[in-house]
Design a protein around this ligand. Structure first.
Ligand SMILES: Nc1ncnc2c1ncn2[C@@H]1O[C@H](COP(=O)(O)OP(=O)(O)OP(=O)(O)O)[C@@H](O)[C@H]1O
Ligand SMILES: [Mg+2]
Length: 539
């Protein structure tokens, strides 16, 4: 057989079952999506197919059968795997060009004109062409991800396995990536499996395999999946009805409510499955702390901030304000300068020109920022947590850094882990919990010392839809009830709609600063915020 056959494959970590026995066959020349919540078993199965993890059962690819990581050696030269995580396969001290050379050499690719053409198209797609001599360590998060991706694509593996390749990748590059992927899949008759947290991407996939808590619960086309949930999707009304209400839909397992049905989106599949699993949507209720306002309208005032790395201008005279009790979305393609701007706000990077005032303190250096230490909370783009400590030990460590006393800290950790709904995970090692839990934990660590301003750099990247919905509910309530102002970056354009205002950056320059409502006013024909975003960047 020319495709992939997965037969009774199951995976265990010690005594824990990560994946119950599953079977399916896939054909060459097709793209299959693995979709499901964090921790559902997608990555484990991808790793087993890639031959980097042991499993029970049998996998056959292109006539090669294997039963373990070890016995997969002969199939390996046909397999390309990009593991989950921001650019994990990269070497920090190598430049973009050195990476391409290195990966083409270890994959023994002929350096002919066809290859040069393909390499060029990958560089254009990723937008990395102008940065050939930049070291991986100095690339932005999304640029790293794109470099890892093109290194995996270089040798056009017959079996291509991509574990959330578009996490942290901006909408424009995602679009181009999918164009390339669909084209080479057909041309080279590759067999591609992709896991993704962006449900819109399912539109590019020939088949979807849906995972739920270590089990495959269905294998269908996009259309069939949508049809299977359509009876449970309603217009979001205010009445109290058992089910889940999101901004766009009301989901209820009762299919005869006297409410108008609404067309499902792929995200709906998750919510309906959640309900079918007998689960309730956790109710978030964050009590009012009655914290006094800072008194001034602005929490932060940045004027003409300029930042250079040698000759490269990463931020060019960026001015923006953060108002009190506001959620400000900082948007822009990979490398636009979002993280650089946030690091400057935190005093982690010095700036070359302009002025910066936060909570009535002028910030020029890290020393100035230290004066504000207790009033700012930060969640960085790459999760910073100690993997060999439990979640609770991590929290104690971070809380102690902020000088919170032991008794108070214990109480707070108990209270916050309950509010943010991760208390059942608190004694797990940081390495062993799903992404959505890690991210709530990071938010908790940033909140323990009760800051006035929260700076969140892509806190929802790679998080499943349900966890993201919960996260935004938490954020809105924290803003309203704890009087906190937030700057947040994201590549999910649907999340822009939750922000009170958005600032768009392009190559270090601010190109828009407005409420989402006003931006829709400017582009009345736009069906969603992603279309508005693309208008700004394709212009
Ligand atoms: N230390 C450094 N040396 C050289 N260039 C750097 C350095 N740090 C960042 N840059 C460059 O500055 C630009 C802005 O990077 P930044 O990380 O702020 O982007 P970003 O908007 O956060 O992107 P992403 O969406 O991918 O996270 C990029 O071109 C990046 O390569
Ligand atoms: Mg960034």
């Amino acid at each position: 057989m020319n495709g992939l056959e997965v037969k009774d494959v199951s995976i265990k970590y010690g005594k824990t079952i990560a994946l119950k026995p599953c079977s399916f066959t896939l054909e060459s020349g097709t793209i299959t999506g693995f979709i499901g919540a964090d921790g559902a078993g997608k990555s484990s199965l991808l790793n087993a197919i890639a031959g980097v993890m042991d499993f029970a059962g049998q996998i056959v690819f292109s006539g090669y059968a294997y039963h373990s990581a070890r016995s997969s050696e002969h199939a390996k030269k046909y397999i390309g795997l990009m593991p989950q995580g921001l650019g994990l396969i990269l070497y920090n001290s190598l430049s973009v060009e050195q990476h391409l050379d290195y990966f083409s050499r270890i994959r023994e690719i002929d350096n002919d004109s066809k290859f040069s053409e393909f390499r060029e198209s990958l560089l254009l797609m990723s937008g990395l062409k102008p940065f050939l001599d930049r070291q991986a360590a100095n690339l932005s998060g999304g640029m790293r991800q794109k470099l890892a991706l093109i290194c995996t694509l270089l040798h056009k593996p017959k079996l291509l396995l991509l574990d959330e390749p578009t996490t942290g990748v901006d909408p424009i590059s995602r679009y181009e990536l999918w164009n390339i992927l669909t084209k080479i899949t057909k041309e080279e008759q590759m067999l591609v499996i992709v896991s993704s947290a962006y449900m819109q991407e399912a539109g590019y996939m020939d088949k979807l395999i849906l995972f739920e808590e270590g089990e495959i619960i269905c294998q269908d086309s996009k259309e069939e999946l949508l049809t299977s949930v359509k009876n449970y999707c309603y217009e979001p009304v205010d009445d109290l009805i058992e089910g889940i209400k999101t901004v766009k839909h009301l989901y209820s397992l009762k299919d005869d409510l006297k409410i108008e049905h609404k067309k499902p989106e792929l995200e709906s599949v998750f919510f309906v499955n959640w309900l079918k699993g007998g689960r309730k949507f956790p109710k978030i209720s964050i009590e009012n702390k009655r914290i006094r306002d800072t008194g001034s309208r602005y929490v932060l005032k940045a004027e003409n901030i300029t930042k250079k790395f040698n000759q490269f201008v990463a931020l060019d005279r960026v001015s923006l304000n953060l108002n009190s009790k506001e959620i400000l979305g900082l948007l822009g393609p990979n490398g636009a300068g979002k993280t650089t701007f946030m690091k400057i706000l935190l005093g982690l990077l010095p700036y070359d020109g302009g002025s910066l005032e936060m909570l009535n303190v002028m910030i020029k250096s890290y020393k100035d920022r230290l004066r504000l230490k207790s009033r700012i909370g930060y969640v960085s783009q790459r999760f910073a947590l100690y993997r060999k400590m439990t979640i609770k030990e991590n929290l104690i460590y971070f809380g102690t850094l902020y000088g919170i006393k032991k008794r108070e800290l214990e109480d707070k950790i108990n209270e916050y882990s309950r509010i943010l709904n991760f208390n059942k995970w608190i004694n797990y090692f940081a390495d062993d919990v799903p992404m959505g839990i890690k991210q709530r934990f990071s938010l908790c660590a940033a909140l323990l010392h009760e800051p006035r301003v929260l700076i969140l750099d892509e806190p929802t990247s790679g998080i499943d839809v349900i966890a993201r919905e919960l996260f935004w509910e938490i954020l809105q309530q924290i803003k309203d009830n704890w009087n906190i102002s937030v700057i947040i970056s994201t590549h999910y354009m649907s999340e822009a709609e939750f922000c009170d205002r958005v600032v768009l950056l392009k190559d270090g320059v601010k190109i828009a600063d407005d409420t989402v409502g006003n931006l829709y006013g400017k582009y009345p024909e736009a069906k969603n915020f992603e279309e508005i975003f693309l208008k700004y960047y394709n212009a």
